[in-house]
Design a protein around this ligand. Structure first.
Ligand code: BGC
Length: 677
């Protein structure tokens, strides 16, 4: 208890403490708190020593605590977010969030710049691996526990990049041209849900413009929607250097931007002072912006009794174990002809291991961009396979002399191959990898391809030639071990694709026109989202295009049967209602396995065009061989809603819905009717 400085008294409420501290700050100190430190310290704010306000410290994510922003500290490298989404496991996502929060705490920082939640619009986006899904529902369902997990450690989560940062090409200058319904229904939807349900302590405005206005000075999106409509009261920061361009101090102030990173451009003290003198920045607005930042400094314990802060922990055996478990659960078995997998230790003498990703390590300084986490060690596929095969199976390099060959193919999480700053230029694997796969398959029919990549890969040139494909993503520091566990059946794969794999680029919505208008943008750098709400599987359904692998797809070493679907209600009446989908799922195979039961809705009587199906619920269930259990999945009526451009709000229209249950967006096994009255 500190009688003289009530804002340091953690027994008082946050608002009281913030008001007290605000009353002690000079105007200049308030200006200082609206931007970060200086050119050398680009992840921290300036301390105000006189008032015991320390520097507020951030670090990059979202694969763990980045190397470059943590004082070059090596930390647990978790699987990429696309892999986490592929687990369809909310509990696991929460555990990963909490572990990342503990690691941020352990390096003495207050905020993790994660999760990244942009929607996968184009498979070429360099940051597809950092984002969760093409689907807003899956995105929010994974992001919510991640944020709750991070914040359970008193560390701030920061949703990024708000909004429509769906490509890296021209990201700082392009304008995402999106109609109102699409903007809300696809691109904003998950941000809204996570703000409402997980109460994140910061949001990062994107680099790009949205309908001609830079995201960081977009009053409609920040002040009007995020703050006034959704009640967001905490930090709104820029993406790094994003205000260096032709944004204005006035625009940023009016939009409600409260923290300019990484050093003052538009929020230089002299510019803020001028804005004050000109009446652009009123005392009320200034206080309001500063309050947002102070709140988070208190919530994270940055202001208060530093000794009382938890110390956190990093690189613990538990965190490494968690990284491995998450990697295993995110892997998606795409093809398994003749049940070649799982591999049988007893019957194999020699395995040939090949491919450019066999010995590659993926964690490094800014590798993949700002998300680069360098772990203390990294189990490569080769190391994982050697460990597994030791003393039992001989590892060779000549496929013609082996029982089977495994090619570790994919991308390299480097420039142009799944990385920030640059999109991919093709959906294909590099030509030498395609040649390697076909050549190997010609010598050895038991050729397995393990893809290590963070975005969809076209496979028409080689898929027929091989019996097995496993999508391993960027699977973190324990990746090699996790891959070996899946290949040998210690783990039965249960990952499901969080995005559609198209056969070819022009099948996907942003590229179907073949015109630069829809990607990467016209001569004015406007990217026209002409496909509207039909992104991902919504597009493939509408256009009746066969994907290579559909959204939600993933095989198992066992088989599941679905029976007796039942809804606990025949009708619902309010948007805050919910209903329960119940069905029996049986493991009809011979090994234990985990199934992801997916619930989609189809709006049958509605005044606007809606997708043929939209994900509205899912559940994951583990079943022993022969076991049958009832799965109950709660679906909320608000997830059946669409965005009404006349009312400017979310609406469920009275009428019937089909509730579809299946194993992927293209494998619906059973359905039931529901009415909304
Ligand atoms: C990225 C952000 C990141 C920031 C800070 C930017 O280049 O877009 O995701 O948090 O840098 O490193």
């Amino acid at each position: 208890m500190n009688d003289n400085l009530p804002y340091l008294d953690e027994n008082l409420g946050i608002e009281e403490r913030v008001s007290d501290l605000l009353s002690r700050l000079t105007t200049k100190e308030k200006y200082i708190l609206l931007a970060s430190h200086d050119r050398r310290r680009i992840y921290t704010t300036k301390p105000i020593k006189r008032l015991h306000i320390p520097s507020f410290k951030m670090t990059d994510g979202p694969l763990g605590v980045s190397y470059h922003s943590s004082g070059l500290k090596k930390n647990t490298r978790f699987p990429a977010p696309i892999s986490l989404a592929a687990t369809w496991n909310k509990k696991l996502a929460g555990e990963v969030g909490a572990a990342m929060g503990e690691e941020v705490r352990a390096i003495g920082r207050h905020m993790l710049l994660a999760p990244a939640m942009n929607i996968h619009r184009t498979p070429l986006c360099g940051r597809t691996f950092e984002y969760f899904s093409e689907d807003p529902y899956l995105t929010k369902e994974i992001a919510i526990p991640v944020v709750k997990g991070i914040q359970s450690q008193g560390i701030g989560g920061c949703l990024k990049h708000y909004v429509a940062n769906n490509q890296e090409t021209n990201r700082a200058t392009c304008s995402a041209e999106i109609d109102e319904r699409t903007l809300h229904e696809i691109y904003i939807r998950a941000f809204r849900a996570v703000v409402k349900e997980a109460d994140p302590w910061a949001i990062m405005a994107a680099y790009n413009k949205v309908n001609g206005v830079y995201a960081c000075e977009n009053k409609d999106l920040i002040r009007d929607l995020l703050m006034d409509m959704w009640g967001f009261k905490v930090i709104v920061m820029t993406d790094w250097f994003s205000t260096r361009k032709d944004q204005t101090t006035e625009g940023c102030i009016n939009a409600g931007l409260s923290l300019e990173m990484p050093w003052p451009f538009k929020y230089k003290v002299k510019l803020l002072k001028k804005a004050c003198n000109e009446g652009i920045l009123t005392d009320k607005t200034l206080n309001d912006l500063v309050r947002k930042n102070l709140r988070v400094m208190m919530l994270t314990g940055a202001i208060g009794d530093a000794k009382a802060l938890p110390r956190g922990s990093r690189n613990t055996a538990q965190h490494h174990d968690l990284a491995r478990r998450a990697a295993e659960e995110g892997m998606v078995l795409l093809k398994n002809n003749g049940n070649l997998l799982p591999l049988d230790m007893e019957t194999i003498d020699r395995i040939a291991l090949l491919g450019p990703n066999l010995k590659k390590k993926f964690g490094g300084f800014l590798k993949g961009g700002s998300s680069g986490v360098k772990p203390p060690f990294e189990i490569t596929p080769l190391a994982g396979m050697k460990e597994k095969c030791k003393g039992k199976i001989k590892i060779v390099t000549d496929a013609s002399q082996a029982d089977l060959a495994i090619i570790f193919a994919g991308l390299d999480n480097g420039k142009g191959g799944d990385s920030e700053f640059e999109d991919r230029t093709s959906l294909d694997l590099p030509a030498d990898q395609i040649a390697l796969i076909n050549r190997t398959a010609a010598t050895n029919p038991n050729t397995i391809v393990v893809l290590i990549a963070g975005s969809p890969i076209a496979m028409d040139d080689w898929l027929e030639a091989v019996p097995v494909v496993l999508e391993a993503w960027y699977s973190g520091m324990e990746g090699g071990r996790a891959i070996a566990n899946v290949l040998f059946g210690d783990v039965n794969p249960s990952g499901r694709l969080p995005l559609t794999f198209p056969k070819k680029l022009t099948d996907s919505p942003a590229h179907s026109s073949g015109s630069s208008r829809t990607y990467p943008g016209d001569e004015e750098k406007k990217v026209h989202y002409d496909e509207g709400i039909f992104v991902g599987y919504r597009w493939f359904d509408k256009e009746k295009i066969d994907p290579l692998f559909p959204f939600g797809f993933g095989m198992s070493y066992t088989t599941f049967e679905y029976r007796s679907i039942h809804l606990n209600k025949e009708s619902i009446t309010h948007t805050d209602d919910a209903f329960i989908v119940e069905l029996d799922v049986m493991n009809a195979g011979e090994s234990s396995g985990t199934e992801v039961v997916q619930v989609y809705s189809r709006d049958i009587q509605v005044s606007v065009e809606r997708p043929q199906k939209e994900l509205v619920g899912f559940g994951k269930i583990r079943l022993k061989a022969g076991e049958k259990r009832t799965v109950s999945i709660t679906v909320r009526a608000e997830d059946l809603a669409f965005y009404d451009i006349h009312k400017h709000e979310w609406v469920v229209e009275p009428g019937d819905f089909e509730i579809l249950v299946g194993r992927s967006a293209q494998d619906i096994l059973t359905k039931a009717m529901l009415s909304y009255a």
